[in-house]
Design a binder for this molecule. Structure first.
Ligand code: MLT
Length: 271
């Protein structure tokens, strides 16, 4: 477990890990999770980097009572967090799934603060009509009696590759506990934010930063068929598929994930 600190942002208190020294590496978790999904990366990369892993607004220990949080708002929170932490040098931003949607919004607004970007198990496109309908249905359920149980039941089978319950039981259990403990209101707010996120398909080709794409071979939410075209669209992007992994690549296959990330970080040009 890493020790947590808090920073008082304009509208809420953000809880985060800030560990190690060196080039800042900001880890942005997925929906509706918190910084603990990155524990294996925090442990490894804080030996060589300043690893910053926040709990996003409303999630984990970062309590907030918004009705909707846009991906742009989450990105603004990250910029404000960096200001509060006194981080003036350019950072490497690594986001998984919803964290990837946020990373693209951060790039759009704050690209001068970035040194490189790692997009894991995510997509550039907005929700399809079917995905949008499912999201709005999830909002109704999470705010009704089923609460986060509905979210856990709907999401857990899609987060990991088949057999993960036997292979990585602790990781599956941590995700279940994290989802069940999430605030229904914050979960609904993030869902509404994702539902209205902009389509970045046309914009992704303008990413002029070192970029690494990572995806699990068996990712059921953002499969390789979605991420390969993303890698092809972003100039010079590297692509790596983690064999046997589902959506939660950093937790499910931490050694492989860390090897890809380490190689990307090692090859970044000096600022
Ligand atoms: C996530 O893992 O963050 C979610 O699957 C993203 C989404 O629901 O689009």
């Amino acid at each position: 477990m890493s020790s947590l600190k808090t920073v008082q942002l304009a509208t809420f208190e953000m809880s985060l890990v800030d560990q190690g020294q060196g080039v800042p590496l900001v880890l942005v978790h997925g929906f509706p999770l918190d910084h603990r999904m990155w524990q294996a990366q925090i442990d490894t990369f804080s030996k060589t980097h300043r690893v910053i892993a926040p709990d996003l607004r409303g999630l984990g220990l970062s309590k907030s009572d918004d009705d909707v949080v846009s991906m742009e708002q989450f990105a603004d929170d990250l910029a404000e967090m960096l200001d509060h932490l006194g981080v003036v040098e350019r950072v490497v931003l690594c986001g998984l799934s919803m964290g990837g949607y946020i990373s693209l919004q951060f790039w759009k607004k704050y690209s001068l603060r970035l040194r490189g970007i790692v997009l894991c198990d995510t997509r550039a496109a907005a929700d399809s009509p079917e995905a949008l309908a499912n999201r709005l249905k999830m909002v109704e359920h999470v705010l009704a009696a089923d609460g986060t149980h509905y979210v856990a039941e709907a999401m857990l089978p899609k987060l990991f590759a088949p057999g993960a319950v036997v292979r990585v039981p602790d990781a599956v259990d941590l995700m279940r506990q994290t989802i069940l403990a999430a605030s229904p209101r914050a979960v609904a707010a993030a869902l509404r934010g994702m539902a209205q996120r902009p389509d970045m398909t046309a914009e992704q080709k303008k990413v002029e930063l070192p970029t690494q794409i990572i995806v699990g071979e068996h990712d059921a939410l953002t499969p390789p068929d979605v991420m390969r075209p993303m890698a092809a669209a972003i100039p010079g992007a590297r692509y790596f598929e983690i064999l046997g992994s589902g959506h939660m690549t950093p937790l499910e296959h931490p050694a492989e994930f860390n090897a890809v990330l380490a190689s990307f970080l090692a090859d970044l040009p000096a600022c």
